[in-house]
Write a protein that binds this ligand. Sequence first.
Ligand SMILES: *[C@@H]1O[C@H](CO)[C@@H](O)[C@H](O)[C@H]1NC(C)=O
Length: 116
Amino acid sequence: MSARALLLTTATLLLLVAAARAGQPLAGGWSPIRNVSDPHIQELGGWAVTEHVRRANDGLRFGEVTGGEEQVVSGMNYKLVLDATDADGKVAAYGAFVYEQSWTNTRELVSFAPAS
Ligand SMILES: *[C@@H]1O[C@H](CO)[C@@H](O)[C@H](O)[C@H]1NC(C)=O
């Protein structure tokens, strides 16, 4: 390979890496969260409830994440199933969709609703 061809190949690879970093989807499928006891998963569930309450001001209190799925994107998507207690003291299951990009400290609550 000539030096010029090598340079072009290297430049192409760098562009591909840059595109991937810039948030073009590198998406995989959804897979079950293997260990919901993972402190990060529980913390994420608590954050989702806090964020929901900040918007809805309904006094919901986080219990624990009981299940969910995760998907590698440019970051991670989480569909969490969690128990929470409402203002009347009633415990129910909720579904929270959270997007997280840890290296940019980004967290987004995409949706939050009672689990059907
Ligand atoms: C799940 O995570 C918790 C907390 O990190 C750990 O104590 C436990 O051993 C893990 N369980 C399995 C089956 O990996």
